[in-house]
Design a protein around this ligand. Structure first.
Ligand SMILES: [Zn+2]
Length: 128
């Protein structure tokens, strides 16, 4: 097993180092199964942090561990909403003022959907 593993590393069949005395890391076979029911095993060091999923070599789908390794639950991070981000930049009082300003513009026909612009612009022209 060790002989075969090292063969690819040799240049011209010559070994530059004496392989004796090299200790190979202990291995383990970790089994996975994808949703196409392809089962495969991956050789890993026993010291490796075994992932709960591995890409299926046959179909590329995500294979789930059949060795009992469960996906780590991501730490629950509080969701930062757009509203939270907005409040980091402006106080609610400022937002009230901006809203009022925009509503005045909208009602005055300065901003908003084009059909409202035109209607209000006509009205203004008529009253002018
Ligand atoms: Zn597969």
């Amino acid at each position: 097993m060790a002989e075969r593993t090292l063969r690819g590393a040799r240049l011209g069949g010559q070994s530059f180092e004496d392989e004796r005395g090299i200790e190979f890391a202990a291995r383990q076979q970790v089994g996975y199964r994808c949703d196409q029911s392809h089962e495969f095993e991956i050789t890993m060091s026993v010291e490796a942090d075994v992932p709960a999923v591995w890409e299926c070599p046959r179909c590329g789908a995500e294979g789930l561990s059949i060795s009992g390794i469960v996906k780590e639950q991501k730490a629950e991070k509080p969701v930062r909403t757009h509203w939270d981000m907005l409040l980091e930049r402006r106080s609610e009082k400022e937002l009230e003022d901006i809203l009022k300003e925009r509503l005045d513009l909208l009602r005055g026909g300065e901003i908003g959907p084009a059909h409202l612009h035109r209607a209000n612009a006509r009205k203004r022209k008529a009253s002018a």
